[in-house]
Design a binder for this molecule. Structure first.
Ligand code: PEP
Ligand code: MG
Length: 879
């Protein structure tokens, strides 16, 4: 078995396809080497070694040591230098790199190979003693911190003390002798903590570093990061040992991070930042604020043009936006890393659409590249421009992660977590962030930092999470638990608002609004729709996204978001309208059928108006209207005032009304007098609703508005219910259509939300034109989990791992899914063209959408705001 893979001198043993084995970084270093990109040579220890290391009580597999030494010898030969050489030493970096990028979560050690002799050799060879001693002191600090766990701060304090003694502000103000003295201080710190001298043997250093990198695979923050990002099934991290190049060699050296396109907007513009005379950590850590990449053209035109060339080459090769790290050493350019760049939602869509237009990728690839989270971000709130009129921002920083956020200021990740736990909206304000802050960043509405650039930790992590972030805001200065923003001082708990799309920071709270769809997004989603429309499920064409909408405005919004129809209109929501409620209450306490019908007559025109509005908003797309569903219990007057109001309306005494109301009480209303059971006892209710639907549809036809109503009957548990109710509805439809001399096909279907209905789906299908799974009730009744009360025990179930996910968020494939599968198959066995959909709340959940596709459903229906995401995930399910 081979454990180590070499790359260098235009040839590598690995390539980009070997990400599993070499990690993303290692595989791409190999690929770049093969492409002839200037990559410093090195070798990669595979992820299989990491797996073996943990399987075998942190011992390495046999033969690894020899392979590492052989590759080191090869590297030394290629470089013409030896590790620890007193004349001309080789220095290497040791870095982590798993198959999935986990930025900043695992360890890196730079300048390895430095010792008391090598530092002199490097000083002589380069003629730059300051540089050599700086490299040595950085190495001791990193090695001490990362390999030996010595608090980073102790080294920082020694550095600060040195600067103070020398009366200089920047590290660069220290000369070679100062740094040499600092090395003495650093070694003391090392010895104090480890009781040992700083290791002088480079091979000891190398193994110490390799151990630390493999060890960092299981550190707390890496584990947490994998958990948060649902990264599973990886073997471990690889370890990349690579010869060092130096960006801190002087003013003709530098280092930077760049993107082949703008990762925030997606614009096809070379984008990035760099720092002259610095090492990579300085850029990423956000300690110094870097310069825009375009200014590199002025500093070194040749290098800038070479970099442009390379980014084109890499983007064309990988056919995706690249995120690259580079270093310039004495005017020579090296590429240290490339990977497909993380991007904000807007950028993801724009890059996908542009790359199709440029012929780089096809539409299928484009659809696969955009994630539900990207769209979620794109549909993020922005500050209502009306509320912003005439208001000046306190300050402006970098627009690091788009979207607006309001929250109360907190200064530490820990406080953020505590406040959020109490239900507070918090905004994390910091100088900069580091990987330990991840927990606090997750719960924050937004993040504001005073230092660091677009590639600082805060910016990268916030973009990934879709959390609005303003970074590197120069007008922000954090002082303990106070912060000065612009000219004002704020304390913990004060409200501020940030706009991560513009970089602006405002005092106080602002109303946020949801954005409209962009042209690119519409183009992109139209490709998704095409994929979905062409798919055949059962005998019926299309796997479509509908919406749950009860009001014309909701329907209109969903239509604008691209809904292909209404999958569920809950008519009871109309009854809760004050005007209708009084008539409805009159109806339910009526003593006679006549009185009931009288009350219903008042409701009919009101319902008809709502139906008309929804039909109109949907412009001829199917609209499924569900007949009344909830138990009457929910409609009875509850308070004294309500009873009095109804009594007055009826012209009776409250005390005479109360017994009737009491009689309507149910112990188990969700299993009680609801759904089609209401029509079994009071058929006039459904009669009225069906009539209102037909009349609204007839109005549409007469006004030349295309219309396609579907009537849906809820809580069915036996085909006999439909055998009773369906002909009654059909008769009303027929009568009204004939009277109006209008021809219209109105389908009548049923919800499948009672387990018995799912089991007997073949019998039920004989009376239904379509099925729609009401997975809220189906989940409730399959689990016997009350949908209104799960909150009291579901968190415990999730925490203990009794259930992977809350089945009310994502359909339980194993149980509820089995019923859905059975019902679909059984239903289609008697009616091959049976249309089947889902309208429970899970219909907007990506995993559920994928399951629905696999089960052969024809549509999913979700809330209007989820429609764009559902269109994407539906297409991804099809592909
Ligand atoms: C359902 O049960 O899934 C459903 C859509 O109906 P409701 O939520 O109105 O009970
Ligand atoms: Mg239901």
């Amino acid at each position: 078995q081979k454990f180590v893979y070499f790359f260098g001198e235009g040839k590598a043993e690995g390539d980009a396809k070997m990400k599993e084995l070499l990690g993303g970084k290692g595989a791409n270093l190999a690929e770049m080497t093969n492409l002839g990109i200037p990559v410093p040579p090195g070798f990669t220890i595979s992820t299989e070694v990491c797996a073996a290391y943990y399987e075998n009580k942190q011992k390495y597999p046999e033969g690894l040591e020899k392979e590492v030494l052989d590759n080191l010898t090869k590297l030394e030969k290629v470089m013409g230098k030896k590790l620890g050489d007193p004349e001309d030493p080789l220095l290497v970096s040791v870095r982590s790199g798993a198959a999935v990028s986990m930025p900043g979560m695992m360890d890196t050690i730079l300048n390895l190979g430095m010792n008391d002799k090598a530092v002199v050799g490097l000083a002589n060879k380069t003629g730059n003693p300051r540089f050599a001693w700086d490299a040595y002191r950085r190495f001791i600090q990193m090695y001490g911190d990362i390999v030996m766990g010595i608090p980073h701060d102790e080294f920082e304090e020694a550095l600060a003390a040195m600067k103070k003694a020398k009366k200089v502000e920047l590290d660069t103000g220290l000369d070679a002798k100062d740094l040499e003295n600092l090395v003495v201080e650093y070694k003391k710190i090392y010895k104090k903590h480890t009781k040992k001298d700083f290791p002088q043997n480079p091979l000891d250093q190398l193994w110490g570093a390799i151990n630390a990198v493999f060890g960092s695979w299981m550190n707390e923050r890496a584990i947490k990061y994998r958990e948060l990002n649902n990264i599973k099934g990886l073997k471990g991290t690889a370890v990349n040992v690579q010869s060092m190049v130096f960006g801190n060699f002087g003013d003709d050296s530098g280092t930077g991070v760049c993107f082949s396109r703008d990762p925030s907007t997606g614009k096809n513009e070379f984008y990035g930042e760099f720092l002259m005379n610095a090492q990579g950590e300085d850029v990423v850590a956000g300690i110094r604020t870097p310069e825009k990449i375009a200014t590199l053209a002025k500093k070194n035109k040749k290098v800038y043009e070479q970099l442009l060339d390379i980014k084109d080459k890499l983007e064309n090769h990988f056919r995706d936006m690249q995120d690259m790290e580079f270093t310039v050493q004495q005017g020579v350019l090296y590429i240290l890393q490339t990977r497909n760049g993380k991007r904000a939602g807007a950028a993801a869509v724009k890059i996908a659409v542009d790359m199709v237009a440029e012929g780089l990728i096809d539409k299928e690839t484009a659809i696969k590249r955009v994630t539900p989270e990207h769209l979620d971000q794109l549909l993020h709130p922005m500050i209502d421009p009306k509320a912003l009129k005439g208001i000046k921002p306190l300050t402006k920083g970098l627009n690091a992660s788009p979207g607006a956020a309001c929250g109360r200021i907190v200064f530490t990740a820990k406080d953020a977590e505590e406040w959020a736990e109490r239900g507070e909206k918090v905004l994390l304000v910091r100088k900069d962030t580091s990987p330990e802050d991840i927990g606090g960043m997750v719960v924050s509405e937004g993040i504001l930092t005073s230092t660091g650039g677009m590639t600082s930790h805060a910016a990268v992590v916030a973009r990934g999470m879709g959390t609005p972030c303003v970074a590197g805001a120069k007008g922000v200065s954090v002082q303990g638990k106070k912060v000065v923003i612009g000219e004002k001082t704020f304390k913990e708990g004060d409200w501020i608002t940030i706009d991560g799309s513009t970089g602006d920071v405002y005092e106080g709270q602002f109303p946020l609004i949801s954005p409209k769809m962009s042209k690119d997004l519409e183009t992109f989603l139209s490709w998704c729709d095409k994929v979905c429309a062409d798919s055949v499920r059962g005998n019926v064409k299309g796997f479509l996204v509908r919406t749950n909408a009860d009001q014309p405005e909701d329907a209109k919004r969903a239509f604008d978001f691209g809904a292909q129809g209404v999958g569920l209109c809950r008519t009871e929501h109309m009854f809760f309208d004050k005007e209708k409620l009084i008539h409805f209450r009159t109806m339910i306490v009526a003593d006679t059928e006549e009185a009931r019908k009288e009350a219903l007559k008042k409701i009919l025109p009101l319902q008809k108006k709502d139906f008309f509005g929804i039909f109109k908003a949907m412009e001829g797309r199917p609209v499924t209207i569900r007949l009344l569903d909830p138990p009457l219990h929910e409609f009875v007057p509850h308070t004294k005032e309500e009873v009095a109001e109804l009594a007055e309306h009826l012209g009776v005494k409250p005390k005479d009304l109360q017994p009737k109301i009491d009689k309507l009480h149910e112990a188990n209303p969700m299993l009680g007098h609801r759904g089609c059971r209401l029509a079994v006892t009071y058929p006039e209710i459904y009669d009225m609703q069906v009539e209102a639907i037909v009349l609204a549809a007839i109005d549409c036809v007469k006004k030349n508005i295309p219309v396609k109503p579907e009537i849906m009957i809820p809580i069915v548990c036996d085909e006999q219910e439909l055998a009773l109710l369906r002909p009654r509805a059909e008769a009303i439809i027929k009568k009204n259509l004939e009277k109006a001399k209008v021809k219209l096909d109105i389908q009548i279907g049923t919800m499948i939300e009672v387990p018995r209905a799912a089991l007997l789906a073949d019998k039920i299908a004989a009376f239904a034109d379509f099925f729609s799974f009401g997975t809220n009730d189906l989940t409730q009744m399959t689990f016997a989990f009350s949908r209104d009360d799960v909150g009291s025990f579901m968190p415990a179930y999730e925490k203990l791992g009794l259930l992977d996910v809350d089945p009310f968020k994502s359909v339980d494939e194993e149980g509820v899914g089995m019923l859905m599968n059975w019902a679909t198959t059984k239903g289609r066995s008697v009616k091959s063209d049976l249309k089947v959909g889902i309208c429970g709340e899970q219909g907007g959940d990506p995993a559920t959408i994928d399951f629905c596709f696999r089960t052969g459903l024809n549509y999913v229906s979700c809330s209007p705001f989820r429609v764009p995401i559902a269109r994407l995930t539906a297409a991804q399910a099809v592909l």
